[in-house]
Design a binder for this molecule. Structure first.
Ligand SMILES: [Zn+2]
Length: 503
């Protein structure tokens, strides 16, 4: 998830996921030699419905590809390319999808690193999204202390290397079932770039790439595992610019009109307005330009501000009030103000019916298991970052009682176009800082790989439900339609491609 949009959400592939499958019998996945497919009926007695043959085969497919997926994820981890610069990462995923038999359309929605990989035909059309961008300045080795891999370079502090490879693993598992005639319909893997900046999905949503999908799934790396029942915040991204008149600040200040004065009045207005906004609203800004030298009355000033709330309707009100503040500040200083909406994302429309399907499949798959070394690695990170040394979370959090955290994601935009099912899966030590070195470290070794494999399995199992059970898909869609009502999705981003990436 980004800071703009941040959900949060370990010895390389020597030992991937060891999951417990329903029966309570630990099943170690040895990927050098594919293990026999689990037997139907291996669920906990009386608790969950019997898995279908297609579901068992899809989960088995993830295991079969686990080593390749870990290698793919590690490559993207090492590339650590930031938003809209993810050329090698996007190519690695797209090439892998193509090799597996998907039809790949590259460079969609004006972004060279966005792509769509499709397999099959007809309905239902089920999509799964994968991210792959890194964050600047977070380079880190896969070790339990802060140690940059390449000083000053990017790092996968949000685990998107796992996100992309895991989601593609789920898409491949479904593709194999369609190819084998066990499932009917179409599977789409959406390669969605630049989540941490720009919001690639917003451009893809604007350009209609999610239109026609019957449901879309996504996961996100996290420090715990749950089918998500909580939303993310809607936000709008504004550039507010003031233009005045330069003069000598000592010899003829009366000829000057200061853009910085206007900026100060604007931000003061924002800060006073905090007393009169809903407790759910958030406003944060940074000053981008504020004059160059004290003896010149500043001609130009710019503030970059984000306005958020859990409801887009509230964000719209904040936006209207920010416009008033800007024009008021300009009037008081005899300057001019320009307010540009640069982007923004919608809050996530939670699909509880879908979350229940994901939750049931998480329970069916069982808890994650870690080796003593992995738990020791997690605890070492926790010690280093001053959080309780509890190791990795292994279980599944309940659906009820989830507390939303702040942050926005471009997944929100997709959730207003197609029912969107979202799950968080543990890939990093419980409580360790997100968007920080611990996430990079654990995402580049077996702890991250295990989370990725678990995510691919729960996504694949849930997708199988949607293909095989028309009544389940219909219920997911009915909830989506009821919640969406007559709201028409409109993207916050202007026409054209996103701005060129910053250096
Ligand atoms: Zn993220």
């Amino acid at each position: 998830m980004r800071t703009m949009a941040a959900i949060k959400g370990l010895a390389h592939a020597a030992c991937l996921a060891t999951l417990v499958l329903g029966s309570g019998v630990a099943r170690a996945d040895v990927h050098a030699a594919p293990h026999p497919a689990p037997q139907a009926g291996a669920t906990a007695p009386g608790a969950l419905p019997e898995p279908s043959a297609a579901k068992l085969a899809a989960v088995s497919s993830v295991d079969r590809h686990a080593a390749e997926l870990a290698e793919l994820s590690d490559r993207i981890w090492a590339y650590a390319e930031i938003a809209l610069r993810e050329h090698k990462s996007a190519a690695a995923l797209a090439d892998f999808a193509e090799k597996q038999g998907f039809k790949v359309q590259r460079g969609v929605a004006g972004m060279p690193t966005a792509f769509v990989a499709t397999y099959g035909q007809g309905r239902p059309v089920i999509g799964v999204m994968g991210e792959f961008d890194a964050l600047p300045g977070l380079s880190q080795k896969a070790v339990a202390e802060k140690t940059p891999l390449v000083e000053g370079a990017g790092g996968h502090g949000c685990g998107h290397n796992l996100f992309g490879a895991g989601s593609l693993g789920a898409a491949i598992a479904i593709k194999e079932q369609i190819a084998a005639g066990k499932l009917k319909g179409t599977v789409i893997f959406y390669g969605t770039p630049a989540e941490e900046d720009y919001g690639g999905k917003i451009y893809m949503a604007r350009d209609g790439l999610f239109d026609g999908a019957d449901a879309v799934l996504a996961w996100h790396p996290s420090d715990d595992t749950q089918a998500d029942m909580v939303s993310s915040q809607a936000m709008v991204d504004l550039a507010v610019e003031f233009r005045g008149r330069a003069s000598h600040a000592a010899s003829d200040p009366w000829n000057g009109r200061s853009a910085v004065d206007a900026l100060e009045l604007f931000t003061h207005g924002v800060n006073l307005m905090r007393e009169h906004i809903r407790p759910t609203s958030r406003m944060h800004y940074t000053i981008v330009a504020g004059g160059d030298v004290p003896n010149v009355v500043a001609e130009y000033a710019k503030v970059w501000i984000w306005l958020r709330d859990w409801k887009r309707s509230e964000v719209e009100q904040l936006l209207a009030r920010a416009r008033l503040l800007a024009s008021g500040a300009a009037e008081m200083t005899e300057t001019t103000a320009t307010v540009n909406v640069q982007g923004g994302s919608w809050e996530t429309l939670v699909n509880e019916t879908g979350a229940r399907l994901l939750h049931a499949n998480l329970l069916w798959l069982g808890p994650a298991t870690y080796t003593e070394q992995e738990q020791a690695f997690a605890k070492e990170i926790q010690r280093a970052t001053g959080v309780p040394e509890v190791g990795m979370a292994t279980g599944v959090k309940p659906l009820e009682g989830q507390v939303p955290e702040g942050g926005s994601t471009d997944v929100g935009d997709v959730s207003w176009i197609a029912p969107t099912l979202h799950v968080s899966v543990a890939t990093s030590p419980k409580g360790a800082p997100w968007h920080g070195w611990p996430v990079v470290a654990s995402g580049g070794m077996s702890i991250g790989h295990k989370g990725m494999v678990r995510a691919a399995k729960v996504l694949a199992a849930t997708m199988v439900d949607l293909y095989e059970q028309p009544e389940a898909l219909a219920a997911v869609q009915a909830e989506f339609k009821a919640k969406k009502g007559d709201v028409k999705y409109e993207s916050y981003v202007p026409p054209g491609p996103p701005p060129a990436p910053k250096d």
